[in-house]
Design a protein around this ligand. Sequence first.
Ligand code: ZN
Length: 320
Amino acid sequence: MPDSVPGIHHVTAITGDVQKNVDFYVRVLGLRFIKKTVNFDVPDTYHLYFGDYLGTPGTALTFFGWPQLPWAPQGVGQVTTVAFAVPEGSLGYWSQRLTGMGVETARAERFGLGVIAFRDADEMQLELVGQASDDRWCPWQEGPVPPQHQIRGFHSVRLTVREDEPSERFLVEVMGFRETGREGGQLRLATGAGGPDSLLDLLATRRAPAGVEATGTVHHVAWRARDDDHQRAWRKRLVGADRQVTPVIDRKYFHSIYFREPGGVLFEIATDGPGFTVDEPPDRLGSELQLPPQYEGRRQRLTFDLPPIRVPTFAGSPPG
Ligand code: ZN
């Protein structure tokens, strides 16, 4: 087996209203808007990226802006909760902040950790978990949330499946995840070094409807590959385990392969590099529409057709 995937690389979801989406993730959650580009497969629609200051692998939540799609509840065969890591001592700050901004929250405890559950502007289920590491995180000094309380990237993802056994077997035997706990019908698995950003919770249900590709749902979760060789080794292993895997696809900011785990959830394995500074310097991330070379010729048309986005700025932000 190749070295395990170290953890979550990014999560991609679908929004119906790009401005509301940007307002929520930047103004409310204090993530930095790090990239404005188009969906490389549907180039007349946005692909928006939020993350820490640099979009460090493990911090980037991305959205396809698909206003024509109807809304549907998250369901079986999908990632149904995206959990972010915050310092344990910051949960009080976040409860107050979210409530003060009109976001309905619920406090819980899971696997011994404090959790705040809430929904985004498209009613997608999110959580803040009080367990964080600063190891792979770059604070955004000009953001609306003080650095000591800022989101440190992902904590975990919850997968909802019809039966847990096939997914569990695949994750453990093929992908090398290991069990770290069982609670309330959920199995917690870890990859890599374990801890925040490497966790996956598996929940089996016979009742929930099948998930469909819709506004307010997660499209896929990507796991990290350290480099192209590491990704190639994983592709070989997955093909050897009878998974249907795409060829390596150049996503400009990383290289990707895609496949489904047995429960139907779409997985990606994405390389850590080259990263989001490949076409903009760190202090300008997210400031211009960035296009891959194959769509540069359509820039004028795309700029005209795509709805404008106003990215909130905050006191202390440099002008421009
Ligand atoms: Zn992706």
